[in-house]
Write a protein of this length. Structure first.
Lengths: 371, 314
């Protein structure tokens, strides 16, 4: 396309063309001009980093709600509202439908709690859990990746095999098993098990990217030079390789946040959520002696989704709103990651090859000088 | 070459055995430890020792010799029988979802390519990112909601849950295929956008071939192996969300069988975890995953001479 554009731009232009045109022709110029204009516009458009442009505000809004949401909410999340009589004298019984009663734009759940307020409180624990998981994954992944990429032979092969095995497992199943085991070990507040379960299933992705990058970089002349100067392995890895790897970590962070949010949503749907220990035991006549009912207390996105689906046929809007919140957050971080990836790729390459951009986590890499 | 394949098979077998053992022991631990929460005084007698865990694992291994992969603790029903009835129903879902995502994804990818500028339409790019961010279960919740609210009494547009090889298939496949479709579409478009400025495309155009043929016969054949690889990558999401989707639609496949082991709620007890069943299903899923990866690798190998050359060089 660029070549075509250049041909068009360098073509000798007919002189005093514009002076001969009538005023009305400005809206419908001669045959070559609109094509140039269109091509220029398309080139301009193709240079705009749309994913970043959209992703940054979306993520900012989510983070603001996650941090300041509790101050913005009109009601307390576990404050219950009872029957309301409106101006026309009609009575309304919870669950209020969205917009049924003034002051409850998203409705209430079946025990009369404002869904909008709960939705403003809910992202906070979810966001910090997901952030923690993504950071842990990146920390472990970076260390393992540096190790894998720097060493050759057995060590590297072994780490790669373990990473492949970890990557081949369906994340959801492993997370379910781990969370269940750790909630048995007496960890009542189950943020810890969640962190652990989601970290051990996800460190392999970042590790692979970091290792690939290190493997490319380790043949660079400056690495060779510092080794010739007598630098130790540790020094080379942390002083020379780590800074090069650091540039891609924000991209990985955004994608990991997005992936973790999705797993959190799916786990929430299967009734695994933070504070999942809040089960209410009712005695029954059978063997373990109790039947368990989930008691939703302080809101969290996964927990609201789980309870919303339980009561879907009573109050479908709850699950729909919470699912929308999940979709919004996942989409926001996905866009941010894609945008950052394009931005980095554009910095290192004038023309970015799609093949390097295409893999979700691959970031365009500088080709080493010596092959 | 043969040595490489053998090595891969041995590694895969070792991985399967390790996975099976870990799952079995973990599930057994959960099963024995669960009642402790309600009877803390009996904790010491309930807590399994390493010896007892090892013993039951050995007896589980012994069941492999009988070919029944263990049995349910309560009824003694052989696991192999349960998996054999559930697996085909899951395979139908996975297979159709992958087929749909391959066909629709490639079609959308080609469609989202601006044939004039030979670049990906930014709007299409963002739509595909949105599709990739859509959890399948959320899409199905919304569709179920719409179906329920719009249905006349006695007849609905689509069945909201249940098993059947007819219109029951539509919603689960939609939910399973949305993310792979978006991913395949985006990747097809981006690979194509990289392929189209090349000289052989210009030559094909100069010969006077129609654009459609240039796309399908020339450009697409070159990116086919990449598209296949992306499809096999997205299989991981499909299998992972299979559990959620089968649970949501009450589809009697292996995903629901596994979920029914772990998902709690009113009148469900988590100590119903069946160690042999969990281990069996997770092993089957891992085998499924490995087989698909292997098939895709083989297909790439036979379709793309560049890959063959690379493999021969290594």
């Amino acid at each position: 396309m660029n070549k075509r554009l250049n041909d068009l731009l360098t073509r000798p232009r007919p002189q005093n063309e514009s002076s001969q045109l009538p005023v009305s022709a400005l809206s419908r110029p001669s045959s070559t001009k609109p094509e140039i204009r269109r091509l220029l516009r398309q080139r301009r458009l193709s240079r705009i980093n749309f994913p970043l442009l959209i992703g940054v505000p979306l993520v900012l809004l989510f983070v603001i709600i996650a941090i300041f949401g509790p101050w913005l909410s009109p009601h307390h999340p576990i404050e219950r509202f009872d029957i309301v009589q409106d101006d026309n004298g009609n009575f309304h019984v919870p669950p209020f439908k969205p917009g049924e009663v003034a002051g409850f734009p998203l409705g209430t759940d079946h025990i009369g709690r404002d869904v909008a307020s709960r939705l403003l409180w809910a992202p906070q624990p979810t966001f910090f859990l997901v952030l923690g998981v993504a950071l842990c994954r990146i920390l472990i992944g970076t260390l393992v990746g540096l190790l894998e990429g720097w060493h050759t032979g057995r060590t590297s092969d072994l780490i790669r095999a373990v990473g492949q095995a970890a990557g081949a497992l369906p994340m959801l199943i492993v997370a379910m098993l781990t969370i269940t085991i750790f909630s048995l070990a007496g960890l009542g507040d189950s943020t810890g098990p969640f962190l652990l379960a989601l970290t051990i299933t996800g460190w392999a992705g970042p590790a692979k990217i970091v290792a690939e990058r290190v493997r490319l970089l380790r043949t660079e002349p400056y690495i060779e030079a510092s080794r010739a100067l007598g630098a130790s392995d540790l020094r080379i890895v942390f002083k020379h390789l780590l800074p090069q790897v650091m540039t891609i970590l924000p991209v990985i962070l955004a994608f990991e946040m997005s992936a973790t949010l999705l797993v959190t949503a799916e786990l929430g749907f299967l009734k695994f959520f933070i504070g999942g220990a809040e089960m209410f035991a009712v005695p029954n006549g059978r063997d373990p002696g109790v039947t368990l009912f989930p008691v939703p207390g302080m809101p969290e996105l996964g927990q609201m989704l789980s309870v919303g689906w339980d009561n879907f046929f009573l109050e479908p809007w709850v699950a729909v709103w919470v699912g929308a919140a999940f979709f919004y957050a996942i989409f926001a971080f996905m866009m941010l990651g894609e945008g950052l990836k394009r931005r980095i790729a554009r910095g290192t390459h004038r023309q970015m090859p799609a093949r390097l951009l295409a893999d979700r986590f691959t970031v365009t890499q500088r080709v080493p000088a010596s092959r | 070459m043969i040595r490489m394949i053998l090595r891969r098979i041995v590694l895969a077998l070792l991985m399967l055995i390790a996975l099976n053992a870990i799952t079995y022991v973990a599930a057994l631990f959960i099963r024995t430890m669960w009642p402790v929460q309600f009877r803390p005084s009996e904790a010491d007698s309930l807590r399994p020792t390493a010896q007892s865990l090892a013993q039951s694992y050995v007896s589980y291994l012994g069941s492999f010799a009988h070919g029944d992969f263990g049995s349910l603790t309560d009824t003694g029903r052989p696991i192999i029988q349960m998996i054999a009835t559930a697996l085909p129903k899951s395979l139908v879902l996975i297979g159709l979802a992958l087929l749909v995502s391959a066909v629709v994804g490639v079609g959308l990818g080609l469609f989202s390519l601006n044939s004039h500028t030979r670049q990906v339409n930014p709007l299409a790019l963002m739509t595909s990112l949105a599709g990739f961010s859509m959890p399948g279960f959320y899409l199905s919740i919304v569709v179920i909601y719409l179906i329920i609210t719009s249905a006349q009494p006695g007849k609905a547009l689509l069945p909201a849950s249940g098993y059947g090889l007819d219109s029951h298939l539509v919603l689960p496949i939609l939910a399973l295929a949305i993310r792979p479709t978006a991913e395949v579409a985006r990747l097809t478009a981006e690979f194509m956008a990289e392929e189209l400025p090349k000289d052989y495309i210009r030559a094909a155009r100069a010969k006077g071939l129609p654009w459609r043929l240039v796309l399908l016969r020339h450009a697409f054949r070159n990116i086919l192996s990449l598209v296949l690889t992306s499809l096999s990558n997205s299989l991981r999401y499909t299998i992972s969300s299979l559990i959620v989707i089968e649970w949501l639609f009450q589809w009697p496949g292996i995903g629901r069988l596994l979920a029914s082991n772990f998902v709690r709620g009113p009148n469900r007890f988590i100590f119903e975890v069946e160690p042999a069943l969990s281990a069996g299903i997770i092993t089957v899923i891992a085998i499924l995953f490995m087989l698909t990866t292997f098939v895709v690798d083989a297909a790439t190998f036979s379709l793309d001479p560049r890959v063959r050359r690379q493999a021969a060089g290594l």
